[in-house]
Design a protein around this ligand. Structure first.
Ligand SMILES: C[S@@+](CC[C@H](N)C(=O)[O-])C[C@H]1O[C@@H](n2cnc3c(N)ncnc32)[C@H](O)[C@@H]1O
Length: 405
């Protein structure tokens, strides 16, 4: 078992890269001329995209393209790439997601190339948290990254209005291997100090390497801990947590926010500001995107979508269940029910299909032989309503079609 599985929680990460870490061999490429990505781009095959990303980062570091850059040069480069991130890449645009030259990919290369070593075992699943390799990939979800990065300085400016000269304490809960939100907060305001929590020890270690390379270690503390139970030693002015998955399933944002928001100052803020869950009924033939998401264009809800839940961060009792009932009509035969999120970020929002975290998720049903299957609305006699319920962070939403109403 690697040391990562046994690293105690609540440990500030100060270790150098694990000695067993192997770097990915730097591929032989022509010397850097105008654009180091040119030759590598043509070498990459579609199915090896992420591996290529790591090779590119490794190569850029070996060539000293970013690795030798000063923190201020990296920051200038980061700001240039940030401004190129698209605010509206449809989540089923596979070409954009697999383009190793897209601004989202470039941002990933920039930060990865600062790590002392890029480990080969990025796919390790440690402690039930998101594998580091999947968390890295989040940077390529451009609308998500862009809208969070725009919302952070806006929130901090509001907090600054009420606290013109004091320190501002930000908690980035689930900072990932590239602690992009923590870095953006620290660079937005010199009085910001960030506690960056990460459950996956490998991700925490990579994050620490990046923070050290950027000389931000006095302002950002990477801590390997569980944000759903973590108790901060001082009040929090801003909680940032992108621990969100489509349909509010699988990832713990609700539990994280309900735990940490108890420690918010009176004027404290959260990002997301809130999350709304919507429920809609769609013709089954629309559910055919290669990613298993509904296509962005041509989507027609058969009914005005119902708002399933507005998630209260500051709940008096823990929110353990989301539940709603929606009316349906006989004409809705051969359709499916889906839930999706609106992620509110101050005055902005990530809406349906603008990000992988806002794609619709199929509502499932439990079959008589106890299997989970997509719920197809084609029952006869036609049902008049559907009841949907699920657990935030749970594996699926379950729909029930009552027959005798
Ligand atoms: C979707 S990634 C986002 C990473 C990064 N913040 C970003 O926006 O690019 C979510 C991260 O949260 C971490 N995570 C999940 N559950 C957590 C928990 N309970 N406490 C701390 N971190 C957690 C995962 O390991 C993963 O690295």
């Amino acid at each position: 078992m690697s040391k990562y599985a046994t690293l105690p929680l609540n440990t500030p990460i100060t270790l150098p890269m694990h000695p067993a870490t192997k770097t990915i061999a730097t591929p032989s490429v022509p010397p850097y001329r105008s654009d180091p990505l040119d030759s590598l781009a043509t070498q990459s095959s579609e199915i090896m995209i992420l591996h290529s990303q790591l090779l590119i980062a490794s190569t850029l570091r070996a060539q000293g393209v970013f690795g030798g850059a000063s923190p201020s040069e990296v920051r200038a480069h980061f700001e240039r790439i940030r401004d190129q991130l698209s605010p509206n890449v449809p989540s089923d645009d596979l070409k954009r997601y697999s383009d190793i030259r897209s601004p989202g990919s470039q941002m990933m290369h920039l930060f990865l190339s600062l790590c002392a070593q890029v480990p080969q075992y990025l796919s390790d699943r440690v402690g039930g948290s998101l594998p580091a390799r999947d968390a890295l990939d989040c940077l390529r979800d451009e609308a998500r990254t862009r809208k969070f990065l725009e919302a952070i300085p806006e929130s901090l400016a509001r907090i600054r209005n009420t606290n013109p000269s004091g320190q501002v304490h930000v908690v980035d809960a689930g900072c990932g291997p590239i602690p992009i939100m923590a870095i953006a907060a620290a660079w937005s305001d010199p009085g910001v100090y960030v506690t960056a929590l990460e459950l996956n020890p490998l991700s925490a270690e990579l994050a620490q390497g990046i923070i050290t390379a950027l000389d931000l270690q006095d302002r950002i503390t990477i801590t390997c801990d569980d944000a759903t139970t973590y108790a901060p030693s001082r009040p929090i002015d801003l909680i940032i947590s992108e621990t969100i998955s489509a349909g509010l399933l699988n990832e713990p944002v609700v539990a994280v926010m309900q735990n940490l928001s108890k420690h918010l100052t009176a004027r404290g803020e959260t990002l997301p500001t809130g999350i709304d869950v919507h429920l809609g009924v769609f013709p089954i033939h629309q559910f055919e995107s290669p990613l298993g998401h509904l296509p962005y264009n041509g989507l027609t809800a058969l009914l005005a979508p119902t708002e399933l839940a507005r998630i209260p961060w500051k709940a008096t009792s823990p929110l353990s269940r989301i539940a709603a009932r929606m009316a349906i009509a006989p004409c809705h035969a051969d359709s499916v029910a889906c839930a999706w999120l609106t992620v509110r970020l101050g005055d902005a929002a990530l809406r349906m299909n603008e990000s992988l975290i806002t794609t619709p998720t199929l509502v499932n049903c439990l079959t008589s032989d106890k299997k989970i299957e997509p719920l197809i609305i084609n029952a006869l006699p036609a049902p008049t309503s559907i009841a949907v319920f699920g657990e935030p962070g749970g594996p699926f939403l379950i729909g029930v079609l009552p027959r005798n109403e």
